[in-house]
Ligand binder design. Sequence first.
Ligand SMILES: [Fe+2]
Ligand SMILES: [Fe+2]
Length: 284
Amino acid sequence: MMTTVNVRSTPFELTVRKDTRFDFSGLEDVLHTDGNLYISHFFNSLSLVTPVTEGVLIRAIREAQPLLPGSGLEADAAAFIGQEAIHSREHRALNRRLAELGFDTSPVVDEVETEIRQLEETMTLQERLALVVAGEHAIYALARALLASNYGNSEQNSVVKALFVWHALEEMEHQSVCDDIYRQLFGWGMKHRIIYLRMYLVAGKLLSMMLTRLMRALRAKSRGPEPGEFKAFLSWLLHDPGVGVITLRELLVFFSPGFSHWSRREQDQELIQRNLEVVLKSVA
Ligand SMILES: [Fe+2]
Ligand SMILES: [Fe+2]
């Protein structure tokens, strides 16, 4: 039901950077991050899954769009769809390069896509929007972990790094759009927190299922692990740069009673701005 309260919380206008393009033709090795099998395939799995997950987000927000006129969220919804569509376009470019290098995982991606679409058909718009809010927060958690940690010091192919940094900063920019849309259409309160929690568990299960399957498919085509390589991956997650630990902390914050998306507005905007400059320099 439409309310008259303005729920928009994004502190600036969103920009769709349609001209952002990455050239992966110089990428010669799928093990592009610290030469590590697991860290590299973690990023490759994220890239492969991006068009699938972003399809879910885009379809839900598109369905919500006709319900938004007069809410003040119309431009955010359009910008959100625009940003996600460009993310998918650029990740597809990396995914095509991975396939050229012998890492075609399209049968697994197609299988996952079919399962996700079947699940969507069983859900109401409200449930799908709650799933999107949960999924977007999980993506924000990882994005913030990448930008706020020393991940930038990892030895990673510069174009792959630029892609992930750019994607992460745009995820931080549109962090609250889906939540605003949900609240506008359905309201807020304990009942909704329970729906969010339920969908958070669904999103977590789906994301881990997709990433596990893709990691497995990529590893099956790769060389075997070297001694200490898995330990180095765990250290990357838990210690330096600690991407896994920071992500987990951000995931849990979502359910703290005082949570609001832009409670660290200055920090978040500083991370966005600083990393935007890095990306623009690297794609110039
Ligand atoms: Fe995205
Ligand atoms: Fe997003």
